[in-house]
Write a new protein. Sequence first.
Length: 56
Amino acid sequence: MKELILSLFSGVVVVIIFKLIRLPIPAPPILSSVIGIVGVWLGASLISLVLDKVQG
């Protein structure tokens, strides 16, 4: 849980800095991009789970 809070905090700080120097946010603003990232994470988690079951 600590990593999640630190990640959220650092993301907010980065966006504040980018907005203060008038740069676009360093993340894709499109929901499909966020869902794609979640898909990559889910795929990695699932394959790790399957490989652990097969090997273990």
